[in-house]
Design a protein. Structure first.
Length: 293
């Protein structure tokens, strides 16, 4: 982490601890990560970063899958991550979401939330949604019911099925349905949807929880050209309100969604190159290890 962030974060931590000890706590914002449970709305992005990894390493049986990895993502950014098989892309997402603990390094959500202090389920609650490659919708439920089930509830899955939506939740569900273009399929069983539609439904289920950051692993694998194009439109419509990290091998898709913004190339567990797609595509090292295969 950069010294200014470290210092600012440490100062806020001390202030929050002192305030908590004296009973005078601030509501939300900068104190939130330390003095009380954190909610998604409390992510402090005032330093221009929603996700910050520095010097992160993890080894499996002596093999360094992630090797001193550093990268950061701005609020509202759509970051594409590319790289050869085994570069560490999935492991990086596993670390961000708490599935894998790094051996060393720093992983922050905003400038105050140290993700290494939280468990996987808590990280999801903090506002980091993850979409795995294979769709995992409830095939026996309708599109509507899948989205309804994904609503935030403290009462557990069983209660949420029978939970009547309030008007804000109904509005949210309608908004998500429009965003993922599944209004016409709202009463269809998810099992009858096409592969692409299932993927969009699962993205919709994540959106129901209003994540600040979405991690998407090979979202267009197995999609038709038309579905891939619609997915690109969907992602472009999501950026700005959400930050997205998209791992993909489909370069045509990357070209459409990166739209001149920064692309990160991972290789052997660290960043090999970073910049606009044109620049990384012309980088000799990238051609050698990835594009020239
Ligand atoms: N739990 C684990 N135990 C042992 N080795 C692992 C484990 N997880 C990942 N690895 C190894 O770490 C390296 C990075 O794997 P990872 O799946 O993160 O790469 P990737 O960039 O996502 O690859 P792909 O594009 O094929 O999905 C690989 O060599 C993999 O075999």
């Amino acid at each position: 982490m950069t010294p200014d962030l470290m210092e600012a974060g440490a100062r806020r931590a001390e202030t929050a601890k002192a305030a908590a000890a004296s009973g005078k706590t601030e509501s939300g914002g900068r104190a939130a990560g330390f003095a009380r449970p954190v909610h998604a709305g409390d992510v402090d992005t005032s330093h221009g970063r929603i996700l910050y990894l520095e010097d992160v390493s993890v080894s499996f049986d002596g093999f360094r899958a992630i090797n001193r990895l550093s990268l950061d993502i701005a609020p509202g950014e759509l970051r594409c991550v590319i790289g050869p098989n085994g570069a560490g892309k999935t492991t990086m997402m596993d670390i961000i979401t708490g599935k894998t603990r790094p051996d060393s390094g720093t992983v922050f959500f905003g400038s105050t939330i140290d993700l290494l202090r939280y468990k996987e389920a808590q990280i999801a609650q903090l506002g980091i949604g993850r979409k795995f490659q294979k769709p995992t919708v409830f095939e026996q439920l309708t599109v509507f019911e899948n989205l309804e089930l994904a609503l935030k509830t403290d009462k557990g899955v069983g209660a949420s099925v029978f939970h009547k939506l309030d008007s804000a939740q109904s509005d949210r569900l309608a908004h998500v349905l429009r965003t993922i273009h599944l209004q016409a399929a709202v009463n269809r069983l998810a099992g009858t949807l096409s592969h692409g539609q299932k993927q969009w439904l699962e993205i919709g289920m994540l959106l129901m929880q209003d994540p600040k950051l979405l991690l998407l692993d090979e979202p267009v694998a197995g999609m038709t050209d038309d579905e891939t194009e619609r997915t690109a439109e969907l992602f472009l419509s999501l950026k700005d309100q959400h930050s997205l990290m998209v791992v993909e091998h489909d370069m045509g898709f990357i070209k459409t969604i990166s739209d001149g913004t920064k692309v990160t190339v991972l290789h052997e567990g660290s960043v090999l190159a970073e910049g606009p797609l044109d620049a990384v595509q012309n980088d000799e090292r990238v051609i050698e290890v990835y594009l020239g295969r």
